[in-house]
Design a protein around this ligand. Sequence first.
Ligand code: SAM
Ligand code: ZN
Length: 271
Amino acid sequence: MKAADEPLRVPILCPACGRGKLAAPAAAHLDYVCPQCSAKYPVDGGVIDLLPGTTQKPNFAQRSMQFDPLIRIYESRLWRRSSVAKIIMGIGFEDEYALIADAAVLGKTEFLLDLACGPGIYARRFARKIGAGAVVGLDLSMPMLHYASRMVREEGIGNLMLLHGNAMALPFEPGQFEVVNCCGALHLFPDIGRVIGEVGRVLKPGGRFTIATSRRADGWIAQQWFKFISSIGVEAFTFSQLESILAQAGFTSKCLHAAAGWMVIAATRNG
Ligand SMILES: C[S@@+](CC[C@H](N)C(=O)[O-])C[C@H]1O[C@@H](n2cnc3c(N)ncnc32)[C@H](O)[C@@H]1O
Ligand SMILES: [Zn+2]
């Protein structure tokens, strides 16, 4: 059994050189250090910062994910669990969670990556569910991760590691995870083909990739909605678009939900 302040033994590759495996520090307040290039990665409020001092230029949609008032209500009935979200997505959060958890086959999971975990709405629940395994939550927004970290402490979760990183270059070894989950974020990435390629790389053959993302529907009202969301940096896809990008990266995929502006997809990495 792992002691509460003992770091999780999840391999992380140094983003600076891509070769060194970061050694967990002897104490929680110390930096992670690369044995190959000596790059240092501080732990900030329980989050390992793999992007220290980076100056990113986030678009409007990504900037909104740094906005504290939104982060505080994110998981509540005012946002992700709201009836407005349910109308826009054609599915409530609990039903989405049930589809995703079922497709992820959590019982057989040791290592799960929650990509763009935000406040950890999925990652924390997965961590409680898989018990002996470990969950890694990676996100670009430090404020989201700090919220997740506070909740992890309050809820006494010991098997969730939080990383400040970018989905465009995952700091993991090939075949490291049984499951990658990415909900509410694929439509925010600047190069979705690259991210899906990265997911294919870090998943084991037969590994599961679960997705909930924005859907491109037909009709005049839907077109006006897409014009608006694309102006703030949010994409929308048809299932066949995603199916073909996933196939190019070595996945077989199935659509579990497609209604209004939302889709839930289960993909399996071909063996
Ligand atoms: C709407 S939240 C989704 C949170 C959670 N996964 C859920 O299902 O509710 C989108 C998240 O994507 C993150 N994000 C956007 N671009 C990213 C990138 N390039 N790399 C990692 N995270 C990113 C944002 O910071 C934000 O926390
Ligand atoms: Zn290094």
